[in-house]
Design a protein around this ligand. Structure first.
Ligand code: NAD
Length: 276
């Protein structure tokens, strides 16, 4: 059995796999995106992080990414609900680093309410952040990726790209849209060394999930403990939350050379949820 010895030449090769490459991870100040940014930095990439949060925390994360990668890391505060800002995130990274090689569309928000009570402005925001932003980033990154003949577009979708749950109309619609967008990018980029894939996690314990527990409890008339046991974990045959590290590990693999023939795939990482 192989062990992960940092002095092992093969491990060292993996560790430096993304050396000289630039990765942009949207919504990476928290949760899954943050773990992805850390894992891509561990692989040697220059990482551009994005998202909201406390300025000191974000600066500490940026410095930690530079320590992990040995390369420059940058923070861009672009609001993923605003098309021009989204496009500016990618053009800014290209201006600074010369390319965007790995693009991870991860930023996302959630709102839980019945359709008849779902605020139209929240519908618009979820569609803009969870779906349209991935269109804008891809549109700006694809020309340089095609020119270099190498690129990885990894869209963090959800089990809700494949199945629905009640009270999540905008999220389910957006994530199904992400699956369709991913397949289309894959076909358009297939002959240029650029892959596009969607990663579909089940429930991962992050601030996004924590926040929907009380909303779900209100919508369903349950206690918060019942929501966790009977709604969230009931969906996953493993009866366990997926971890941010597991999602980041899959993203790291999709960025590797070994994954060059995986494109247009909708990859579940959901503890068996969508197998049922
Ligand atoms: P999170 O709330 O912990 O993190 C979301 C990130 O997006 C944060 O960095 C936040 O600042 C950023 N963000 C939100 N709105 C933004 C905006 N307008 N502009 C820029 N950044 C913005 O959430 P998470 O659970 O880590 O979710 C990350 C992604 O994973 C989302 O796309 C989510 O739909 C998806 N996902 C999460 C789960 C889960 O169970 N947590 C399951 C499946 C899919």
């Amino acid at each position: 059995m192989r062990t992960s010895n940092p002095n092992d030449p093969e491990t060292m090769e993996t560790m430096g796999m993304l050396k000289g490459k630039t990765a942009v991870v949207t919504g990476s100040t928290s949760g899954i995106g943050r773990a992805i940014a850390e894992s891509l930095a561990d692989l040697g990439a220059s990482v551009v992080i994005n998202g909201f949060g406390d300025a000191d925390d974000i600066e500490a994360l940026r410095c930690d990414l530079e320590r992990r990668s040995g390369a420059v890391a940058r923070y861009d505060s672009a609001d993923m609900s605003q098309a021009d800002a989204v496009r500016g995130l990618i053009t800014g990274a290209i201006d600074h680093f010369g390319s965007v090689d790995v693009l991870v569309n991860n930023a996302g928000i959630q709102h839980v309410a019945p359709i008849e009570a779902f605020p139209p402005a929240t519908w618009d925001a979820i569609l803009a952040i969870n779906l349209s932003s991935a269109f804008h980033t891809a549109a700006c990154a694809l020309p340089v990726m095609k020119q270099k003949g190498w690129g990885r577009i990894i869209n963090i979708a959800s089990a809700h790209a494949l199945v629905a749950s009640p009270f999540k109309s905008a999220y389910v619609a957006a994530k199904h849209g992400v699956a369709g967008l991913t397949k289309t990018i894959a076909l358009e980029a297939a002959e240029h060394g650029v892959t596009a894939n969607a990663v579909c996690p089940g429930y991962v314990w992050t601030p996004l999930v924590e926040k929907q527990v009380p909303e779900n409890a209100r919508a369903r008339g349950l206690t918060e403990a019942e929501v966790i046991r009977d709604v969230l974990l009931a969906a996953q045959p493993t009866k366990a939350f997926v971890t941010v590290g597991q999602v980041a590990g899959l993203v790291g693999f999709l960025a590797s050379e070994a994954a060059a023939s995986i494109t247009g795939a909708i990859l579940t990482i959901d503890g068996g949820w969508t197998a049922e």
